[in-house]
Design a protein around this ligand. Sequence first.
Ligand code: ATP
Ligand code: MG
Length: 571
Amino acid sequence: MRFSQLLLPTLKETPAEAEVVSHKLMLRAGFIRKLTSGVYSYLPLGLAAIRRVENIIREEMNRAGAQELLMPMVQPADLWIESGRWEKYGPELLRFTDRNGRQSCLGPTHEEVITDLVRKNIHSYRNLPLNLYQIQTKFRDEIRPRFGLMRGREFIMKDGYSFDASEKDVEITYEKMYEAYNRIFSRCGLAFRAVEADTGTIGGSFSHEFMVLAETGEDTLVICKECSYAANMEKARAMEQESPDEKPELLPLEKIETPGKRKVQAVTEFLSISPKNLIKTMVYLVDSKPLAVLLRGDHEVQPVKLKNLLNGVEAELADDKQVFDATGVPSGYLGPMGLKIPVVADREITAMHNFAIGANEKKYHYINANLGRDFEVATIGDLRMVTEEDRCPHCGSNLELTKGIEVGHIFKLGTNYSEALKATFLDNQGMENSYIMGCYGIGVSRTVAAAIEQNYDKDGIIFPLPIAPFQVIVLNLSPSAKKFTEAAETIYDGLGKNSIDVLLDDRDERPGIKFKDADLIGIPYRVTVGKSFEKNGTIEIKERANGQTISVELHETVDRLLEIIRQKMVR
Ligand code: ATP
Ligand code: MG
């Protein structure tokens, strides 16, 4: 491709609307343009990077035995009513009515459609296992579309669905997908981690997210510094606190005046105790009904864990007025003794003794309270966020918290959808069974954004070679000089003939502009026909990632590049 003919509207200034690096750079480098909130056009270079990711995904999905198909984007409401998600899915599902009054939606995901397809066409265990995928535009009416391609309303997803006859088989399929995903993101040249994950609204029992490690990630990952344990914060567990061998002496409960001390820090400083020695009582509203949640003073509630404990019902933190209305106690002095609303507790409190709690009376706290002696809690579970002070639930080593961008998600769905949609097959005994399903997503457009989030410098993008829109850019610094143009064209043709994707900067622009643009768009290898060519006939090859430069003769330029690129492209 010739730069002079390419739609590549680079910008000097960073558009004000962009907050994260990938969004800024994709706009500046002319990869994307916004049409409306969360909806973008992919310009040629942006699309080229997306296609590279797609091709790697295709190769690895096919290698793992999956088959590609393409399903409609418009889905009838009937199917979603059958699965029960028409009501459940919430406003992210864009619903509309057609001219015949039929309700439909734009596909945010395709469990319903694929299950319908399989139930109508497959009837026997002989056709299993079956693993199908597509690469397609999805629509989710996200509440806060942001960060460009990172969280769009319209975006490109690879979604795959598997159908197995037995638990044993679905585990083999899951394992294969786990391997395929590892290969996909390795081949994309990304630093990533597979982490244990919550199953969210889709449900199911086994789930991993693939996270590109980047500071701007919206997810917090908990990673063991020693063993392979890694989990999303929503799911992360910590090694349980061991109760001391000897039970400490239970001290007598004492009521202390703590005027104006409402926050954990203020109360514990006033009482000269550690926040680890206080149990805080938080009030949530669950379906408008109050619920108290107890946890150690220095811990925080993990909302997804709480939601799971409440069978999937969202809990909302109550404000001061709601707390008072529900308990008759001003917020800040609340405690579990004699509380009239239902109480759940984080399991960590079971290892605590002689701790402080609110006295359910304005200006008062208790010290030396004890679970079992002074109050009981019916429901205890893991409800809190893991911290860096915690230890690995597998090996007891230190944990590290880091940020990640979710680019892929695999989960075992079980029979949720096949049962709801009555998708069955006859097994080898002639018995009717529900398919055991799995589903496997990759955010294709998000992967490109994540790759940039992880690979850039002050001058622009530094694309990993396997997903770069072009592998090589050839700069002709004197397009008006015949000798230069011939040399540049020779390299351009030579690379093209060897299936290298190459961009020739043949524009009549100053060298400085060409260098700047080449850096901005992040092409891994830059070949310059410039000063040294004039002087001694040599061509400069520069690697974008590390700035390393070599000088080669014109006639060896193509071979040298082929060699370098072949070495770098792992299959
Ligand atoms: P998130 O928690 O980021 O909203 P999700 O759990 O809703 O993601 P899935 O339903 O698992 O996502 O979708 C599969 C993949 O699609 C995700 O791993 C992610 O990479 C991508 N994805 C999801 N929502 C978006 C979006 N709004 N924009 C771009 N990519 C997305
Ligand atoms: Mg989402």
